[in-house]
Design a protein around this ligand. Structure first.
Ligand SMILES: O=C(O)c1ccccc1N[C@@H]1O[C@H](COP(=O)(O)O)[C@@H](O)[C@H]1O
Length: 217
């Protein structure tokens, strides 16, 4: 089994970006305005961090916008290499994003809850470069679109990775103690995490090292 790529999310400073890259991250997540969640930072800071990251490492803007116009407006404040859509986009948005931003990769988050998530994933996979399976709940009065620190049903996630041809990242409550089991269960292309490598909201070098050691297979 090849080692999955790792995206370290909720990066809050250029120092955290460097620490994550030094530990082995292939991608960094930068969380824009959200209805809830611990990792949100301002767009000006996202722009600065993205500008400081060298080319082999991807920078993901996490946006909760759902219309193409608003997603493009958000993107044009930060200029990351990837847009991660944490909510379901409006009809026609994927097509408009491809037309307007043909050089930007798109990743769609699927909040895995039940077997309907499989349909949602296969439909979205036709339009995007990768899927990311997380544990949010967009149905709540205040939407939860990620950053929960909770795992979800990995059997459904495994079904999704088997069913789609695009790369799949697994997220939601991953840490050094459960990541090996997660890889075996889901066999994802990549892993994505926030709270599992943080203490009191700050990136924790010890947890980061332990995480990369745990996936050194
Ligand atoms: O962290 C946030 O504030 C956040 C808010 C809204 C959407 C996504 C968010 N973060 C993402 O959530 C995943 C999972 O987080 P965790 O590992 O369960 O804490 C994380 O990788 C970020 O991509």
């Amino acid at each position: 089994m090849t080692r999955p790529r790792v995206k370290v999310c909720c990066i809050g400073s250029i120092e955290e970006a460097k620490a994550a890259m030094d530990a082995g991250a292939s991608a960094l997540g930068l969380v824009g305005q959200m209805p809830s969640g611990p990792g949100v930072i301002g767009d000006e800071l996202i722009h600065r961090i993205a500008g400081a990251v060298p080319p082999p490492v991807s920078t993901f803007l996490l946006t909760s916008e759902t219309s193409a116009t608003d997603i493009i407006r958000h993107y044009k404040k930060v200029y990351t290499s990837v847009i991660q859509l944490v909510d379901k986009p409006e009809a026609g948005a994927y097509e408009a994003l491809r037309r307007e931003l043909p050089y930007v990769k798109l990743v769609q988050v699927i909040h895995v809850s039940d077997h309907n998530s499989l349909n949602e994933a296969t439909e979205a996979a036709a339009f995007v470069d990768a899927l990311l399976l997380d544990s949010g709940n967009p149905g709540l009065p205040v939407k939860v679109l990620g950053g929960t620190g909770r795992t979800h049903n990995w059997e459904i996630s495994r079904e999704i990775t088997r069913s789609v041809t695009v790369p799949v990242f697994l997220a939601g409550g991953l840490h050094s103690g459960n990541v090996k089991q997660a890889i075996e269960a889901v066999q994802p292309y990549g892993l994505d995490l926030c709270s599992g490598v943080r203490t009191n909201g700050k990136l924790d070098a010890v947890k980061l090292k332990a995480f990369f050691e745990a996936i050194d297979i």
